[in-house]
Design a protein. Structure first.
Length: 331
């Protein structure tokens, strides 16, 4: 039985990887100039036309790769936050982590653009500060943390930082057009340099997330079981929270606010493969990448020549899904 179970999970992960590769090929071929999968493949292996090479390698492929990276980052961040908060409704956007990172990034973009080289670090600091605020407001001496208090604190923190973003937008409205696409979570105009800039951070974050699988599973067992195993729960929560904030913050620093990936994807992964993080976390990485690729492709193709940022597409899909989870009693 155990062997069959492992074989089943390996099969699911293999199918997810194949679907991710298919979504990449299809997404790269969709646009104002259409490419068949065979044309796309020929270009990828270096036997395509010069014009096709320019379109795919300079425009399409960097954008699809950026969607893949950001989607995987946000999905991993979401599933780790859900482990820490013991709540399936936790998400980098809903808990204020993304908004905290966005405030520091937007401040640099509008007020001190000469410090743009520090944007990734500023995003991590802002996201970390937001996480600290959430935990501080949710803590009660008598009962510690409860999932509902963490979510409500996150909503409050999100509202506070949302107000700061609005204030900055008004005070520096003359500089806002340059940041408008970023605020809506757009992947437009991302080149291979952007991909290469964020890839090392993301790979480090994915590695840390995978190394946290055992700790996430310990949290899933409950506090008493964790204490019996000799685990320091506060330290475990801090480590997982740091990795989640890191992944969300570097994503915000590059493409702005893209919500609901970290909410939808972990829930889908648990339905498909179960709640063991040994399997659900790798599946979440692949599903997150796939979903954001689909969202970005839909945004740039459904209303062509107009382009809808991926953040807006995810908000339109994620809002109803959040209500569905609440109706099921997830809160």
């Amino acid at each position: 039985m155990a062997k069959n179970f492992k074989k089943k999970e390996a099969t699911i992960l293999g199918i997810a990887l194949m679907l991710l590769l298919v979504s990449i090929i299809i997404a790269v071929g969709i646009g104002s100039v259409q490419f068949t999968p065979s044309q796309t493949w020929q270009t990828l292996i270096g036997s395509g036309k010069d014009a096709d090479n320019t379109i795919l390698w300079d425009i399409r492929i960097p954008r699809v790769l950026m969607a893949l990276i950001i989607g995987a980052n946000l999905a991993a961040s979401g599933i780790l936050l859900q482990a820490v908060m013991n709540n399936p409704l936790a998400d980098p956007g809903l808990t204020g982590v993304s908004s905290g990172a966005a405030v520091t990034v937007l401040f640099i973009m509008l007020v001190a653009p000469e410090f743009s080289g520090f944007i990734p670090l500023a995003a991590i600091v802002g996201g970390g500060f937001a996480a600290v605020m959430v935990y501080a407001w949710a803590w009660k001496k008598e009962s510690g943390y409860t999932p509902i208090r963490i979510i409500l604190s996150g909503v409050a923190v999100n509202a506070v930082f949302g107000g700061v973003i609005g204030l900055l937008s008004i005070l520096y409205s003359d500089k806002l057009p340059a940041a408008l696409q970023w605020m809506n979570g757009s992947l437009s105009g991302k080149g291979m340099n952007d991909v290469l800039n964020i890839l090392p951070y993301s790979m480090a974050g994915w590695a840390m997330a995978l190394l946290c699988i055992r700790q996430a599973n310990i949290l899933r067992l409950g506090e008493q079981a964790a204490h019996n195993l000799g685990q320091n729960l506060n330290r475990v929560r801090f480590i997982l929270s740091f990795v989640a904030v890191f992944l969300a913050a570097i994503s915000v620093s590059k493409v702005g606010l893209v919500g609901f990936v970290g909410l939808i994807v972990p829930h889908m992964a648990r339905i498909i493969i179960g709640s063991n993080y040994k399997h659900s976390l790798p599946l979440s990485l692949m599903l997150g990448a796939m979903i954001l690729i689909i969202a970005d492709t839909a945004g740039r193709s459904l209303f062509s020549p107009l382009e809808i940022p991926a953040g807006i597409i995810m908000a339109m899909a994620g809002g109803p899904y959040f209500l569905y989870l609440m109706r099921k009693g997830g809160a």
